[in-house]
Write a protein that binds this ligand. Structure first.
Ligand code: SIN
Length: 537
């Protein structure tokens, strides 16, 4: 199969790219699962945007949004990237509304919410299902676009590049080997422009707000292809995942209680009713996420409690069902009325701030290979992402990536002849007889990452994690080459790679900055104010 553009992943970034690119050529979009299994579809908060004068909060402006983003990023943001992406906010809202997306309004004006680290109300939203509404609008538009082929249950195995085929002088992407998970067939998907839009790697951790699909696929594919990866130590933990020990199924275990609830006055308290977050930062429950997550971690360790509480009971009756109907109803389904009871919450892995090194147009070091959205590391987030900046980044990067593709290699322009691409090398074709190995390794990776590489780290814990992951990586490789490929093996292979990249970056950062906090190096060192960049070859 071949196309002008091959897009791997179908969140806001991949779908925005596909819709725009389809004006200029044929597009294939690969999805591992179904259409709504993306971090975008699960996003509750909204899109942080500064609108033109008169439509934004009084006193707000692009400069304030830039300043808040830089402040959250703890010295590691790329200011030029921040300015470009934040400056495109109004264009993003216009682009999404062009596909039928609507944002909540009051008296004809956009209703603006807020979250941790924002100095003004600037988060456009659709109640508490903003991401689902965006995903729905974009997927409907994609399904109506004849130039786009949307393929569910298709898993990218490896990227095909000229360097991998032995031509080292000009490293160019040629497509990908792809598994059809329904038929278990592997095919070559040929394209001179390949876009990784696979989202993040929350499933690397035992507790996460991410869907099951978030297994670090894009980072792992890019790593194996020889692209640079940076800042994987900066994994953002969301402070308020619903604590639900009896939960069965990923959606119940990973149920997020949006930070926008704190934006509307929700306060984090301990079992005694004390607002413990004020000891860490004067902004209390609305400080940036790294600070709040660490405050909760400290409180849990100090008190020995299993969870803390998010209290919104002081709001007038009717407020929660009106402003946060999805959260309100889900909590009721779990037996909790948040109008009268504080919500038990714990932090959980939420967002990958590092990723494949790119510019704001998603260009990687491999010609024709782009990475956009959460999978990319543009420098927008630095050492900690400002809440609700990521749907914005996904759409902006998609638009800039299409423009860059057209500028460099528009469909129809001649490209150097591609070498012959060999058929997929299947390794041993024995059926995977011991799936228990996959499930055991999967659980072990997630637990060890939670125990050794989560909110608070030490040199010792990181060393242990690195050693264990090396062994797990070897076992997974043996299993991968020893058996017929299937979607579970592919995810496990990517998961162990993403986990190893997180640990390898964390080991190198001998300071505490943003989301990386280590007891052995508690201070921030000016000489270490640079990205952690890794390359396989
Ligand atoms: C949330 O609704 O709390 C998540 C928003 C985000 O992570 O940007």
């Amino acid at each position: 199969m071949s196309a002008d553009f091959l897009v791997i992943g179908a969140g806001v970034a991949g779908l925005s790219f596909a819709l725009r690119a389809a004006r200029y050529g044929s597009v294939v979009v690969l999805m591992k699962g179904g259409a709504y299994q993306s971090n975008t579809a699960w996003a509750q908060g909204g899109i942080a945007t500064v609108l033109p004068d008169g439509m934004c909060s009084s006193g707000d402006g692009v400069e304030s949004h830039v300043a808040d983003t830089l402040d959250a990023g703890a010295g590691l943001c790329n200011e030029a990237a921040v300015r470009t992406i934040i400056g495109e906010g109004a264009a993003t809202i216009e682009d999404l509304m062009g596909y039928g997306m609507e944002f909540d309004r009051k008296d004809g004006r956009f209703e603006l919410g807020t979250e941790g680290g924002h100095s003004h109300r600037r988060v456009l939203h659709t109640r508490d299902t903003t991401g689902l509404k965006i995903a729905t609008a974009l997927i409907e538009a994609v399904r109506e676009t004849p130039n786009i082929t949307l393929l569910e249950q298709h898993v990218a195995i490896d990227l095909i590049t000229t360097a991998k085929l032995g031509a080292v002088a000009d490293d160019r992407v040629l497509g990908a080997y792809v598994l059809n998970a329904k038929t278990n067939e592997v095919r070559i998907f040929r394209a001179d422009r390949v876009v990784l839009a696979t989202g993040g790697c929350g499933k690397v951790y035992l507790y996460t707000t991410n869907p099951d699909s978030a297994t670090g696929d894009g980072v792992a594919l890019a790593w194996r292809a020889g692209a640079s990866i940076a800042n994987m130590e900066f994994i953002q933990f969301h402070p308020t995942c619903f604590y639900n020990p009896g939960a069965t199924g990923p959606e119940a275990r990973s149920f997020l209680v949006s930070e926008a609830v704190r934006g509307e006055g929700g306060i984090l308290i301990n079992a005694k009713g004390e607002d413990f977050t004020l000891q860490s930062d004067h902004r209390g429950s609305l400080a940036p996420r790294d600070i709040v997550a660490r405050a909760i971690d400290r409180e849990l360790k100090r008190s020995g409690a299993d969870c803390v509480y998010l209290d919104i009971t002081h709001k007038p009756k009717g407020f929660m069902p009106e402003r946060f109907p999805y959260i309100y109803q889900n909590l009721l389904n779990f037996g909790l009325d948040c109008e009268t009871q504080p919500i038990p919450v714990v932090p959980a892995a939420h967002y990958q701030c590092g990723g494949v090194v790119t510019d704001v147009a998603g260009r990687t070091g491999i010609t024709g290979l782009y990475a956009i959205g959460e999978v990319a590391c543009t420098g927008l987030h630095g050492a900690n992402r400002l809440a609700s900046n990521s749907l914005l980044e996904g759409n902006v990067m998609a638009r800039l990536a299409v423009a860059d593709c057209l500028h460099r290699f528009a469909p129809g322009k001649p490209v150097p002849a591609a070498p012959v691409i060999p058929e997929w090398e299947p390794g041993n074709t024995a059926e995977a007889d011991e799936l228990v190995v996959i499930y055991h390794n999967w659980d072990e990776i997630r637990r060890l990452m939670w125990d050794y590489v989560s909110i608070v780290r030490t040199d010792n814990r990181l060393r242990r994690a690195a050693a264990r992951l090396r062994n797990l990586g070897k076992e997974v490789r043996e299993f991968y080459w020893g058996h017929r490929v299937n979607a579970d093996i592919l995810e496990l292979r990517n998961l162990v790679t993403a986990a190893s990249l997180i640990v390898d970056c964390a080991v190198r950062r001998k300071e505490s900055r943003g989301l990386h906090f280590t007891l052995d190096h508690p201070g921030t060192a000016e000489r270490l104010r640079h990205d952690t960049v890794l390359r396989k070859f």
